[in-house]
Ligand binder design. Structure first.
Ligand code: GLY
Length: 232
């Protein structure tokens, strides 16, 4: 929040602020659910999902991308430099490398050691947040999503994650999917999500929340309706 607020105070766009904001946990090896230091998939590969959206419905995303710490910034380049919205896997990596990003090892010693411990049972049971604990009482996810409004009254949003720990290789969650993990409509509002991505994809959660706000619901009511829909 501090990194994002710093840019907003300088009069920068909301989309700049949210990108700067989520880059902080992406670079933090202690945060094991986002970017560098993120927990790997069941094959020991750290694969990142991220997206970004601005006040003009412009958006970009990457999914299942390996070896690049700042997935949100690659997503931004997809938005700004290509006619596409989403790049995945090797294609996203290839694009990142062609655009000046540096390849690096994202699996830290800590996350690797925990993964090797997990391999002893290889038990994978994605459940809701409160029950979804790793040994030692840690959650096995979550995502960082950030929304901002700038001094001009424009909004932007970003969402980034390493996804569910020990997921199948190739699994993509809600975070890089525009409408599921993030949606920004400058006339109405914005929403982003964390939690079990499959549940959010099923109801296209972030778009649903924005559409409910368009119909006049307050943000809290809109979120409640979305969560109730998942529960039903
Ligand atoms: N919400 C993040 C994920 O399911 O990957």
């Amino acid at each position: 929040n501090e990194a994002a607020w710093h840019l907003l105070q300088q009069g920068r766009r909301a989309v700049d602020a949210v990108e700067a904001g989520v880059r902080v946990p992406e670079a933090d090896p202690e945060n094991q659910t986002v970017g560098y230091g993120g927990r790997p998939d069941r094959d020991g590969r750290v694969t990142l999902d991220a997206c970004i959206m601005d006040e003009h419905y412009r958006c970009g995303s990457v999914a299942g991308m390996e070896h690049i710490m700042h997935a949100v910034s690659v997503a931004r380049q997809v938005m700004e430099k290509t006619p596409h919205v989403m790049l995945v896997g090797d294609g996203a990596l290839q694009f990142a490398l062609a655009n000046g990003f540096t390849k690096q090892r994202l699996l830290t010693a800590k996350s690797e050691a925990e993964w090797k411990e997990w391999l002893k049972t290889s038990e994978y049971k994605p459940q809701r947040n409160v029950e979804n604990m790793l040994p030692g009482g840690k959650h096995n996810h979550d995502t960082i999503g950030m929304l901002a409004m700038d001094a001009a009254g424009n909004m932007g949003g970003a969402c980034t994650t390493s996804g569910m720990a020990y997921k199948l290789h190739g699994r993509v969650g809600d975070s890089p999917i525009i409408g599921a993990g993030l949606y920004v409509d400058n006339e109405v509002g914005a929403a982003t999500s964390s939690g079990v991505g499959e549940e959010v994809i099923r109801i296209v959660g972030s778009h649903l929340v924005v559409e409910l706000m368009r119909m006049g619901l307050k943000p809290e009511e809109a979120c409640r309706k979305a969560v109730e829909r998942i529960a039903r």
